[in-house]
Design a protein around this ligand. Sequence first.
Ligand code: F6R
Length: 247
Amino acid sequence: MRIRVFDTPDAAAAYAVALVEQTAAVYAEPVLGLATGGTMIPFYKALVQAVRQGLDLSRAWAINLDEYVGLGAEHPQSCAGFMREHLYRHVPWDGARAHIPDGCAPDLAAECRRYDRLLATHPVHLQFLGIGLNGHIGFNEPGDELVAETHLVELSETTIRSNARFFRDPGEVPRRAITMGVGGILRAERVVLLAFGEQKAEVVARALTGPITTRLPASLLQLHRDVTVLLDTAAAQKIRGKTVENG
Ligand code: F6R
C-alpha cells in the first residue's frame, strides 16, 4: 500500500488523473471503476480537463460502484445523475461503455447478477474509491459480514445522514442501494482510495493501520496487493506508524 499526502484535494486529483493516463497507456480498452460523492468531484474536474487537453478515453470502460434503489438515471441525486453532471456532460462517452447499476430495475436481484457478469467480462484495471465516515467502500456498510458479489444493501443511518447534504429534502434520501461487493472491489487490478478533509482523518487512520475487520470495510484494502491512497494533509493527520510520501 502506498500512501501519498498532498497539500490540496486538487493536487491529489491531478495525481489520480496521472494514474488514469498510465492505465490508458497500457490497455487498449482501459476499464475504470468509478465512484460518486463529494471526494470524487475534484478528480472528475481534473479528468475532464485532461481529456480536453488530449487524453483519449474513447475506448475506456467506466463501471460505477453503486446506485440508490428507486432513483432513476434522470434523478439528479442518483449516482447516474452525479456521473452525468460531473463527467459525461463534459466528456462524450460511448453509452455502451458507461455502466452503473439500475436502481429501478424491476428485478433487483437479477440486476445484481447482470452487473457481476459485466464485471466478469470486464475486469477493472483501475478502481477509484472514496471512504464513508463509517469506513464503507462502495455501499458495503460495516457489519458482522460482508458480501463478495454485487448485492442489495440497507444503507446505515450514518450514510443516510451524510448523504442528506445532496438532497433538498433529507426525507428523500433512499434507504437502499445496489453496490458492487467487496469481492468485486478487491478483484480490481489496482485500487486508488481518495479521502479529503479532517472529518475523514479518524476513519482513514483506522482503515489503513487498524485491524482488518468487516466492521470497517475499507480495512480489507490492506489485503490488496496494489493500493494507492491519495489524501490531503487534513485526512492524513491521524496516520501513525506507516510511511507516507509527500505529493
Ligand atoms: C459512492 C461510494 C461511496 C463514497 C463515500 C464517500 O459511489 O462509493 O463509498 O465514496 O460515501 O462519499 P463522499 O466522497 O461524499 O464523502
